[in-house]
Design a protein around this ligand. Sequence first.
Ligand code: NAD
Ligand code: TYD
Length: 342
Amino acid sequence: MKVLVTGGAGFIGSNFIRYFLKSHPDSSILNLDKLTYAGNLENLAELQTALNYRFVRCDVADAAQVEQIVQERFDAIVHFAAETHVDRSIAGGREFVQTNVLGTFTMLDAARRHRVPRFLHVGTDEVYGSMKPGEFAREDSAIEPNSPYAASKAGADLLARSFWQTYQYPVITTRCSNNYGPYQFPEKLIPLMIANAIEGKKLPVYGDGLNERDWIFVEDHCRALDRVLEAGLPGELYNIGYGQPVANIEIIRKLLRLLDRSDDLIEYVKDRPGHDRRYALGTERIQREVGWAPAVDIDEGLKRTVEWYRGNSGWMARVCGGEYQAYYEKHYTRRGETLAAL
Ligand code: NAD
Ligand code: TYD
């Protein structure tokens, strides 16, 4: 299979590329990424010289460049590229609309015209909005996005839906809960708390710390996407989650225990505006129709995550110091691996 992955230099995309090429060594991947602050090619350093992996720097909202790339024949597109951090979307949402809405449209439009036979659009559970205690969102639940990030992802999901309804273009959408694991940018809760705890800095907990998220280990998400690519139905929507929401403060206490640090590092700070109280997903459809179930529970996943960050302090230092952003110029442009070389 020849696959075009967008946003493959980010957290989940890079984990997916590694997972996919390991599980399907006969396949090849072209990774298309704009390399925003969240894109880090060092995440895939071990693949840099692999014959079945290529990288191209491109903005998913740039119709002319996307056209040039998609006209090369692909068997599938897996679309991760997005602006992803809720706090940044609160500070300014324009990039979110540009990339998540217009970028998704641009990818869908090129893929449809060039008849790419499968398009997997990677979405988020945040589009359902906040769930009440005991309530779990199903694929037919209403979408009620509350942050500019969630609203822009909901817009992308609706465009994906329209391409199936209008053109019978075989797009599949997934909506996954909060991921954690290796290579996550330290702006999100778990890597930020690990980084701060290692350095003995305070851990900022928004509000009362009782907001719940249905944390899933990134490898479980990658396996789900691989299965959906293989067995998902065109036009279908699949929730992906662990199925057990956990309060933020509980996650933080678990991390502090794993890192052998005191709870005194916890600092309650002003709440995030419009902070969703609880995300929770019903995942019966993917379990029943695709035959996927999560395998890594939160204790095992956090242990593996903490071990990874402890063992990769150089990665974290280069991310925090900004050196990671020079990786592309250093390793790619010199070798002429630009769009023109495709
Ligand atoms: P990330 O922020 O770590 O990575 C995003 C990647 O997209 C980066 O490599 C960035 O350079 C690239 N990108 C951004 N704008 C681009 C553009 N205009 N053109 C091309 N590339 C661009 O994100 P992530 O956490 O890996 O999330 C990947 C996808 O999964 C997103 O669509 C996100 O909405 C979805 N998702 C994430 C989570 C989560 O918990 N992280 C949960 C569910 C769904
Ligand atoms: P985050 O990782 O930003 O993911 P999302 O907002 O997409 O769910 O945040 C996860 C939860 O952790 C969310 O309830 C907000 C909270 N949080 C904190 O309490 N402190 C922090 O510094 C961050 C980044 C998040």
